[in-house]
Design a protein around this ligand. Structure first.
Ligand SMILES: [Zn+2]
Length: 269
């Protein structure tokens, strides 16, 4: 029984650990699954080769799971801060002091440069790892609370209630809002969101990581403003919050998916 108790506590700790760094698995799966629909033939072929037939959806949360694996001690602990970039109130990504260990923008810039300019010098296993990281990090780059303030650790320290239960604002955005907005499977999310026209796709499938992150910072600012306008004693987010922020949630998943396809199509030209 004691062992079971320890196991349960470990699982709970693990879940909290994961929740602090990323979209939950569903958010990452949806972003990767939308991207899959828009890969070029060449990109699909190269990715299938690297991933040994598995899909980018299959590995969309790999970068979270390595935080508890031997990979972590094998040099990847340097990627710990690559899931987000904190931006405090009134600042921008450019004016905010940079995390010296890197962030989601500089991490993606590094990985993309390696996968384009230094591709032939990378070993196959490094190519595979970098690909999995890019898939995950483009999702994180579009997750609003991954541009949260440093002062509250990206909303991890901003306490709210979610349908009456204690939560942090970060955790609401990582997974709870995705799970509450709809009871769709990953493929239903893709089917419902991925219905835009060519012009919209063209308008978002261009630009740089830094430019894309501007929208994420704006999204985070809107969320903070909304919550800070609520009475601190009554910050119980529920149906109204889901209704008010579903358009932002859907935009982030969809645009993140299109841009991930754009990044991968550019790498595997
Ligand atoms: Zn992450």
């Amino acid at each position: 029984m004691k062992r079971l108790g320890t196991l349960v506590i470990s699982i709970i700790l693990l879940m909290n650990f994961t929740a602090a760094y990323a979209w939950g698995p569903m958010g990452h799966d949806v972003v990767a699954a939308i991207a899959e629909q828009h890969l070029t033939k060449k990109a699909k072929k190269e990715i299938a080769k690297l991933l040994d037939g598995k899909s980018i959806v299959y590995y969309s949360s790999w970068m979270d799971s390595i935080q508890n694996s031997p990979y972590w001690e094998d040099g990847y602990n340097k990627t710990k801060t690559w899931h987000y970039a904190n931006v405090d109130k009134g600042l921008t990504y450019q004016t905010m002091p940079k995390n010296e260990n890197g962030d989601v923008v500089t991490g993606l810039e590094f990985l993309t440069k390696e996968m384009t300019e230094n591709y032939d010098n990378l070993t196959d296993s490094v190519k595979v790892d970098y690909l999995k990281m890019i898939v995950h990090m483009v999702g994180d780059l579009h997750c609003p609370m991954h541009a949260g303030r440093l002062s509250d650790l990206g909303g991890n320290r901003m306490q709210v209630k979610w349908f009456g239960q204690n939560s942090s604002l970060h955790s609401v955005w990582d997974s709870k809002i995705v799970e509450s907005a709809r009871k769709w499977s990953c493929s239903e999310w893709v089917d419902q969101l991925d219905r835009t026209d060519k012009n919209f796709k063209k308008s978002v499938m261009c630009g740089t990581y830094e430019e894309w992150f501007v929208d994420t910072v704006e999204g985070a600012a809107r969320i903070y403003e909304y919550v800070e306008n609520m009475d601190p004693e009554r910050r119980n987010l529920s149906y109204q919050f889901v209704y008010d922020f579903s358009p932002l949630l859907e935009d982030r998943l969809l645009v993140g998916g299109y841009r991930l396809a754009y990044v991968l199509n550019t790498i595997f030209k």
